[in-house]
Design a protein around this ligand. Structure first.
Ligand SMILES: Cc1cc2nc3c(=O)[nH]c(=O)nc-3n(C[C@H](O)[C@H](O)[C@H](O)COP(=O)(O)OP(=O)(O)OC[C@H]3O[C@@H](n4cnc5c(N)ncnc54)[C@H](O)[C@@H]3O)c2cc1C
Length: 443
């Protein structure tokens, strides 16, 4: 491994995400300038990096900790998500989100621990609690095939004695206003969040010994001691480093040819007016997860907008082209109008894409990567709770604090090798197309 790593690809998310754009303008903290000395540095202020920095600050109050973020907090994938903070296992590679009893039970333990740490972080302070809705989620099926997947999901929930209840088509309609679905399962533990508001709040309430630098992309890393992280106008010298920048970690020299870069896409309407709200009916807010992982997730937000998210694409540069965004807009539109024909006049105000990182075997990277260098990345599509717990546990691991969950994460295999660029792209694109056709009207 080289001692000086130039970072070839940096995040460059656009300003098309409704969650971030609809927030009151926040003044980002100043970028890194000059040479600064820290004990520990964390790269990436998404869920993982924010949790890692917070936990380090709590456990090591006498150490100086830096958190470096390439963009403003809330602009990256963390703030672009659909805001389902999920407590149960949620394997998007599996047909019905769950994969064997033992693994489902483990993933649920991780996610619940992440949810609990997130809750501590947001509800112990002046966070606007409207952005933390303990409503659970509805897994909804629009087709017979979708219903069969829900049956499989319910069997796993039964075996694990997890609470849930079935919803009829009428019950789903009375919650969401849409008569599109045949049947659903409500699971009570998920929390619906405004993701950009939540990560900004977490960033603004970090412990006093954590220094956040926004708009400070790490462009070069020198890995011998002290480790140096160089940005445009400054440098952090540090003894220890945590990489919490998900798929971008490969550009800092780790797990190249092991991580699969994806994007997924969301669209959100403008705010509905009173007459449109009446036409829609249903509850003030709710969240739908599709019965098939390749179907549409939907939310109604408390500020009266509707969100549609679906489609994954291979994205080796983590960028959404204008052509792709137009295609996504049009596809989301079809899904929206199928579900809400009474709102056919309501436009989308925003359509955006965001970066995801998957591995071939579904494994994350967690633990020590090299002397004094640690990593918690490759979230496999579900990062709000999983990223939070991985961030918390990597901080504890670095601080020498053991726990059952930390040991469990350390026992996981690491991501396995993927084929070279073009072959990977072709293979993934064919697989995505196949699954996308198979999903039918769940989309
Ligand atoms: C449209 C969409 C919907 C989603 N919905 C959900 C959902 O409902 N529930 C859920 O759990 N997950 C969801 N996800 C997935 C979730 O957003 C990610 O899994 C999660 O953001 C991963 O968290 P993270 O902190 O590990 O990485 P990220 O959130 O990607 O954070 C990494 C940060 O590192 C920064 N960075 C990268 N390189 C550098 C560098 N060189 N220097 C400095 N900083 C750098 C990036 O700017 C970024 O802010 C969704 C994702 C998308 C795109």
């Amino acid at each position: 491994m080289v001692n000086i790593q130039q970072v070839r690809l940096l995040p460059a998310d656009d300003n098309r995400c409704a969650w971030y754009e609809s927030l009151p303008k926040r003044i980002p903290v100043k970028p890194l300038r000059g040479i600064e000395q820290f004990d520990i540095a964390v790269v990436g202020a998404g869920y993982t990096g924010l949790a890692a920095a917070r936990r380090l600050g709590e456990l090591l109050p006498h150490k100086r900790i830096a958190l470096l973020e390439a963009q403003e907090v809330g602009i990256g994938a963390a703030g672009r998500s659909s805001g389902f903070a999920i407590d149960l296992a949620h394997d998007m590679r599996s047909k019905s989100f769950v994969d064997g009893l033992e693994e489902t039970s483990r993933q649920t333990r991780f996610n619940r621990a992440g949810l609990a740490y997130l809750k501590e972080g947001v509800l112990n302070s002046d966070y606007d609690s409207r952005n933390w809705e303990e409503l659970g989620k509805i897994h909804a099926a629009a087709t017979l095939a979708g219903e069969a997947k829900l049956q499989g999901f319910s069997k796993v929930l039964d075996s694990l004695k997890e609470p849930y209840h079935w919803l009829s088509a009428d019950e789903i309609c009375s919650i969401t206003g849409s008569d599109y679905y045949r049947r659903g399962i409500h699971t009570p533990g998920a929390v619906l969040v405004q993701p950009a508001a939540m990560v900004q709040h977490l960033a603004d309430s970090l412990p006093a010994n954590v220094t956040l630098y926004e708009n400070s992309p790490v462009k070069e890393v020198q890995y011998n001691q002290p480790i140096c992280l160089r940005s445009d106008s400054g440098e952090v010298k540090t003894n220890q480093l945590i990489l919490a920048n998900n798929g971008y970690a490969q550009y800092l020299g780790f797990y190249q040819h092991h991580l699969i870069p994806f994007m997924t896409y969301g669209s959100m309407t403008r705010v509905l007016n009173n007459e449109e709200l009446k036409r829609l009916g249903g509850d003030n807010s709710w969240g739908i997860i599709p019965a098939d992982a390749f179907g549409s997730s939907l939310r109604k937000t408390l500020d009266n907008r509707l969100l549609v998210r679906h489609t994954y694409s291979y994205a080796d540069q983590f960028r959404a082209s204008p052509r792709m965004l137009k295609r996504m807009h049009d596809e989301h539109r079809q899904s929206f109008e199928r579900r809400f024909p009474m709102l056919a006049n309501v436009d989308f105000e925003y359509t955006w894409g965001g970066a995801l990182c998957l591995s071939r075997n579904g494994a994350p990277v967690f633990g020590q990567l090299r002397e004094n260098i640690y990593g918690a990345f490759c979230m496999n599509g579900v990062g709000i709770t999983k990223g939070t717990i991985m961030g918390k546990l990597i901080a504890e691991h670095l601080a020498g604090q053991r726990s059952e969950l930390g040991d469990l994460l350390l026992s996981y295999p690491r991501p396995n090798l993927v084929p070279p660029g073009l072959i990977l792209k072709l293979g993934v694109t064919i697989d995505l197309a196949r699954r996308s056709i198979g999903v039918g009207l769940e989309k």
